[in-house]
Design a protein around this ligand. Structure first.
Ligand code: GRF
Length: 208
């Protein structure tokens, strides 16, 4: 049984897709052992509560400085010791120490086809604004392993989504969520839990 912790900051629609998939059996062999948010007001916490999943807040505001927050986050994860950490809209840069401690075992969903529209400054609506500005006809989402650099780790899954005439960033964001993100993230977790997708050290071996 794969024990997964899901880290969230906001609405938590990706978390909801994961919880629904565990309940419906689209994700098997997996237990969501913890949902953790840096933001006490995140609606994602309510979703965890409704699903009866352990959830907690670790807010940077409760720490004297960034370094102590980062240390506490890393230590909390080490104490939890999940097999997999899923970033589902977690708007915190993962501390290097935590990435080292969980090498190949942290995955993230990014709302574009990496390597397009990713890296520094590309988050939330900005990703879709940039895609529309460039005039791409296809965008999508990517699930990748988190390494030391932003959006640069091995790619696990990608799904393309059509850009349509008249799209606004909001409309495109919604279509990418519905058609790609909410499908891809549960599918990546199920693939990892059932040995179809390599993770940990093996994820890097495969990519090289
Ligand atoms: C999603 O667009 C995801 O790709 C990005 O952050 C957003 C999170 O949305 N990393 P939600 O909180 O899952 O609704």
């Amino acid at each position: 049984m794969l024990r997964a912790a899901v880290l969230v900051s906001g609405g938590g629609t990706n978390l909801q897709a994961i919880l629904d998939a565990v309940r419906s059996g689209k994700i098997t062999n997996t237990e969501i052992s913890l949902v953790l948010s840096n933001n006490p007001g995140a609606y994602a916490l309510k979703r965890a509560e409704n699903a009866g999943v352990p959830h907690e807040v670790l807010s940077p505001d409760s720490f004297p400085d960034r370094a102590s927050f980062e240390r506490a986050l890393t230590e909390r994860m080490q104490a939890e010791n999940p097999d997999l950490i899923v970033l589902a809209g977690f708007l915190v840069k993962i501390p290097a120490e935590m990435i080292r401690a969980f090498r190949g075992r942290i995955i993230n969903i990014h709302p574009s086809l990496i390597p397009s529209f990713c890296g520094r400054g590309f988050y939330g609506l900005k990703v879709h604004e940039a895609a529309l500005k460039r005039g791409v006809k296809v965008s999508g989402a990517t699930v990748h392993i988190v390494d030391e650099n932003l959006d640069s780790g091995p790619i696990l899954l990608q799904k393309a989504v059509e850009v349509k005439p008249g799209d606004t960033p909001e409309i495109l964001q919604r279509r990418i969520m519905e058609q790609a993100e909410w499908v891809l993230l549960p599918s990546a977790i199920d693939g990892i839990a059932n040995g179809r997708i390599p993770y940990g050290e093996a994820a890097f071996a495969e990519a090289e």
